[in-house]
Structure formats: C-alpha cells, structure tokens
Design a protein around this ligand. Sequence first.
Ligand SMILES: NC(=O)c1ccc[n+]([C@@H]2O[C@H](COP(=O)([O-])OP(=O)(O)OC[C@H]3O[C@@H](n4cnc5c(N)ncnc54)[C@H](OP(=O)(O)O)[C@@H]3O)[C@@H](O)[C@H]2O)c1
Length: 326
Amino acid sequence: MEHRRLGNTGLKVSVISLGCMAFGRWIDEKTSLQVFDAALDAGITLFDTADIYGRGMDSRNPLQSGESEAILGRIIQKRRSKIILATKVNGKVGLGPNDHGLSRYHITRAIEDSLKRLQTDVIDLYQVHRFDPDTPLEETLGALDDLVKQGKVRYIGCSNYAAWQIAKAHGISQQKGLNRFVSVQPPYSLLVRDIEQELLPFCESEGVGAIVYSPLARGLLTGKYVDGGAHPAGSRADRADRALLALLAKPQILQNVCKLQEFANERGWSLPCMALAWVAKRAGVASAILGASRPEHVQAIEGLAEIKLQEEDMVVLDSICTSPSG
Ligand SMILES: NC(=O)c1ccc[n+]([C@@H]2O[C@H](COP(=O)([O-])OP(=O)(O)OC[C@H]3O[C@@H](n4cnc5c(N)ncnc54)[C@H](OP(=O)(O)O)[C@@H]3O)[C@@H](O)[C@H]2O)c1
C-alpha cells in the first residue's frame, strides 16, 4: 500500500482508506470487525467515520446516530496506534437546536461524545462535515483550534466545502494565527467529476489533501448494476441509497460503466481496481475512501498495485467518462 503526505502536512496516509459509514448502519459489529481486519491486512491505515453514521441516517432519527463510531471505538482498542482515525462533526445528533452545526457550543460538546464513543483521547483528523452558513467561520475555526491546543485533535479538515469556502477559512486562520484545514473530503470517481473544475486544482495549488469519497460511485464502478437488471439483493441500490439511485437514473451511466468494464477486461484488470487506480492518479488526491459492506470488498483491491495507468489509458478513460452522460 502506498502512503502519501496529507496535503502539505507531514502526516502520511494510505492512498486507499476505509470508510466506516456502513458500520452499525448496514452491517453488524461482527462483519464490521471482519471488514476492518481486511483493511488492516491490505495495508490501509486511514479510517473515516462521522458522528452521525449509524441507523439514524436511514430512520431519520438523530438519536440513533453514533453507532459507527461506537463500533469502531470497540474495534480499535488494541490497534489504536496502527491507524489514523478521522471523524466528522456537523450532522444532526439530537433533537435540540444546538445538536448540529459548527457553533463553538456544538463542536465542544460533539468532540467529547466522539472521543467517548471512539474510546480514545485524541482524534487524528477532525473534519467539519459540511459548510454551516449559520455560524461565522471565525467561531468554528476558533473552536477547532482550541481542540488542537487541548490535544483532543491533531489535524483539522473539512468535507463538502467549495474551494472558495476553504480559501476564506485559510485567510481567517492565517490572519488570526489559527490551525488551518489541511484536507477536504469531496465525492470523486470516474463518474462524478465536478471537483476537477475548481476544488482539485485548488487542493494542488494550496497543499490541501483531497480525501475523496465514493470512488466506486457507491458500487456502480464494480459492475454489479446492469442495464435493465434488478438491483442485487441487499445492495445499496436495493436499500434505496438516494445518491446512487440518482446516478442510476441517468440513462448513459450504465452504458459508460459497460465501456469501462470492457476497457478493464481487455487489460486483465478488475473494474473496481481500475477505478481506484484512476482516482489515485489524479493530482491533489491524497487518499480515496473505499466503502465496504463485506471483507471481500476490501480483499478485492489486492490487484491495485499492479495497475499502472499510462497517459494514453487516462485519455481513453476520459473520453468514455466525459461523453454527454459522464
Ligand atoms: N463526507 C461525506 O459527506 C461522505 C459521503 C459519503 C461517504 N463518505 C465516506 O466515504 C466512504 C465510502 O463511501 P461509499 O461507500 O459511497 O464508497 P464506494 O467505495 O464508492 O462504494 C462502496 C460500495 O460499493 C460496493 N462495493 C465495494 N467494493 C465492491 C466489490 N469489490 N464488489 C462489489 N461491490 C463492492 C459496496 O456496495 P454494497 O454495500 O451495495 O454491496 C460498498 O458499500 C464512507 O464510508 C464514508 O466514510 C463521506
């Protein structure tokens, strides 16, 4: 497993990380442990979760949040020093008006809950889950900076931010001498490429590490969904993952996936490995967060290191995925 610097920090992260959004939401603790162990065996060191991950995401009951962190907390007890632990704050974790968002009030309470669930003294990368238009950035950055100074957090990052929002935050951090966001977590895959316009060039230029999520487009880039076929039982589409269903509703997407599958087959590569290799090759990307609901999904990346995408491969893959649907 390759390890890369996270932006312009000295922290090294595995180029493939494991997303723990399925833990306690779609898979039980036993399977979560198997997935986690498969990830460690594959050389993955960066593990990503969030305070809201759990059954509450589907039931829309914020009181059911936190199960992913709680399971991960139990799993990592004897392995804490082997991993880089990342979690997030902002989502709704309670019914009160201050049980979400990026106010100093919420952040200082949410970190204690996350530390407790994760059974650790320190979170390596604490990320704000999305922009909060109701809270001044100065307040959020001040609260996050305090957490770093208190030793509860090592680095701070953001997720689902636009380039201008990070630029604004960096300006405030610099002006006030506060810790700055070292990373951003956006969606990115062969099929979802919006960040190429602004965010990725910004990351490269400003030394912000992009830790990209849904690199397999929520399972589409495994070839498990076929045109006109029923969704595989128990899959994310079967569980009505809205973002995935929105992609599946675009008529050309599955045709593009077919072309990508053919391209991979011709070279003897698996489609998911090729999709991950493509993401990892893009400038500015520090790590791609793989999601897995079975240990086999992690074991399937075994062939990744052997895939050496050449410039001509990138051109063909671009031409497939920048067609009108792509
Ligand atoms: N910051 C944010 O707002 C945000 C949003 C979304 C995700 N994330 C993070 O990113 C992580 C990954 O997201 P994601 O789960 O959407 O990533 P993904 O890697 O694009 O999709 C993962 C899904 O693909 C399927 N899959 C993976 N490998 C497979 C294989 N070899 N064969 C067949 N199917 C395979 C599984 O679907 P099935 O379960 O259907 O089998 C799995 O759940 C999350 O866990 C979370 O940590 C962050």
